[in-house]
Design a protein around this ligand. Sequence first.
Ligand code: B3K
Ligand code: ZN
Length: 882
Amino acid sequence: MRTENGRIIHLANYRRTDFVLERVDLTFELDPTETRVEARLIFHRREGADRAAPLVLDGDELSLSGLLLDQVEMEAGRYDATPDSLTIRDLPESEPFEITITTLINPEANTQLMGLYRTNGIYCTQCEAEGFRRITYFPDRPDVLAVYTVNIIADRQSCPLLLSNGNFLGGAGYGEEKHFAAWFDPHPKPSYLFALVAGDLGVIEDTFTTMSGREVTLKIYVEHGKEPRAAYAMDALKRSMRWDEEKFGREYDLDIFMIVAVSDFNMGAMENKGLNVFNDKYVLADPETATDQDYANIEAIIAHEYFHNWTGNRITCRDWFQLCLKEGLTVYRDHEFSADQRSRAVKRISEVRLLKSEQFPEDAGPLAHPVRPTKYREINNFYTTTIYEKGSEVTRMIATLVGRDTFRKGMDLYFERHDGEAVTIEDFVGCFETASGRDLSQFSLWYHQAGTPLVSVSTAHDAVNGVFTLSLEQMIPPTPGQSLKEPMHIPLRFGLLAEDGSEMTPAAVAGAEITGDVLHLTGRRQSITFSGVTARPVLSLNRDFSAPINLHFEQSSADLAHIARHDGDLFARWQALSDLALPSLVSAARDARNGKKVTPDPALADTLLALAGDETLEPAFRAQVLALPSEADIAREIGNDNDPDAIRAGREAVFADIAGRDTALFATLFARHRTEGPFAPDAGSAGRRALRNAALGYLAVAEGTPARAVAAFEAADNMTDLSAALTVLVHRFPDAPEAAAALEAFRARFTDNALVLDKWFAIQATVPGESALDRVRDLMENPHFTASNPNRVRALIGTFAFANPTGFNRADGAGYRFLAEQILAIDPKNPQLAARILTAMRSWRSLEGGRADHALNALRSITAAEKLSSDVSDIVDRMTKA
Ligand code: B3K
Ligand code: ZN
């Protein structure tokens, strides 16, 4: 178990360290069960610090096996060592002084995957946020920046490869069977960016010439035999490096950039300086085994980790409360990168889908917290969609407020002012205040107030005087620890559409600041008048999702259909369609719950079919049109007293209605958009596959037999089509022998490929309805199920809990009891994984009474357990707090 206590850390208590760390020299003698780590740390006292203050270093499950002061063994009375701290007193007057610490650690036994651990015979580290303290005693906080030298000694045969951060200094033999390598990283960094990898891996190599003409070596290490599957990641890396130079003027700063892919990893990837470590899921791809979504994810995550080199590494966070400083900003940068590489509108739609399905529920539930929190108990639980996705939206809003060019100036200033520093969000925002001359203090509330703002809208048109009035009111809902909120600065992109779909330009506007197409809502209530508007306009508001808010706007179906068909902004067209669909799906859920026949709104089907069939629109967009709001979207719209079975039944009725209205269209889309020839992962081809597979989903329902999905499964020549056909077959016809046969064929074909087997598990974990739980339990007994592999656990248990609303939320509560059991089983081995999966229950309070009671009981059974990690107890406590 973790040795951490339940202490709460407060931003208000931040103070700088008394000691400044100048240099770090680490020597690792690697051994699977007894690795010896020697850390030589050179310190001096900070100016003005209390000279009698002891040096207190962090640890986690450590035991000290040697301690020297300036190379002389320390007397026992001068220090205290516990598993989680080392306190040294009576330090010398003369400075600097050197502390040499020796610890013995057991990588093999490290199932938490934090600190130094082993995965498939490879030594690997993960230090963010507080893993370094599991390697040696250290001032393990992001504002302690130092220059590191790392020596690695290991068995020559099993570890031909010895890697760490920075540039390679040299290597040599070390006795009969061992060898060593030395690395030096000239850029001061916090300990969370430290990395070490040792083992036997294959590699692909390339080079990149930076904008100043320096040649950088690029290496991606993967398991032997998997090298060809790293080619796309390499391509994405080179495009990312070029893009960061072109868009942000950022050049890479070492001689070498390395990525290592490992199969046991708690998250997506990690931006260690010069040595990124990746979950192999986000490196490996080929047409036979990776879907278009996998390719897009690889591109985005490779870019994200690379971009951290400047936003996170060169400029880092002063403390963990500032996490969004690097994460929100870097997500914004990777979003912009993907938008430039692909279709911007379609990219924005998928970002907003993710934001709404993951971040909005978090912000509306017991785990809500500000983008810049003020307290935490377990920092690992703050790598949330609020920090990442909402953090990115806040950055995007700054760009919207100050304009693109000024945003770039602000970023330049940020790099200029703060390179080599550990800073705060105030420092970040300050750069945009300077660059724009705008006061961003009201805007900064976005960092401090949790909860998704609700903006209520009403409009009136006075045709006689040609005045269009827009009334806006904002309300920020109460969230844990914050009941009263101040009005925020909300940038709303908008347009007024004329009857023919063209954009109207009002003669004058009063009541709000308008810059370009952005309306600045700053008051709690604001009334804006547009004059010179003789014909009634249709208001298109929050275009491009310029602000992450909920809109309450009773716009007529006709107006929404008008926007969906005519808006100049493709994103706005999709948004209008989904605003048109939601009320229809909500009332369908209500009817289904009351045993009434569901009568779908024909305006919805007409608009949706018109867009889906519009050959002038890009296929990827039309695929998004066909993807109706999800069951989770409908649940969120209903808000409380949710019955997932009724939501599904209502949605199914609407889906079937659409499927039956124009089967010929779906058949045409399916036939026409088959991608021929060699596979290409580009956005255009991916869009065609997405459209075709969306059509397959409707056809399966309209035709009512598994035949077409079976044929599609058999004909598929890439993983996107194959897994889409399998999903339709298994989800629509779970009991058909064809489904079982296809599942078995798939399993047999990919039995040696863990990443594809994860898909096999996930598809089965999401079979809708009550029976899914039995399937999941059976699959846990399957020989392919490995409880120690986080990807596999997420694919089966995580997917079931997060992505199977009817299966997980069974009315009898068995899904929740199952999850509680699993959390208790995972927690002692891997607390981070357990805590993350447990957040699947974050919206339990919005369920109908019976389910909510079962959910609470399941949560209580977790609380009642004898021993819980701080990760899980933090989540469960917050989720059950009244
Ligand atoms: N910074 C890492 C996440 C670390 C999570 C630690 N629990 C990956 C990323 O956001 O790029
Ligand atoms: Zn990141």
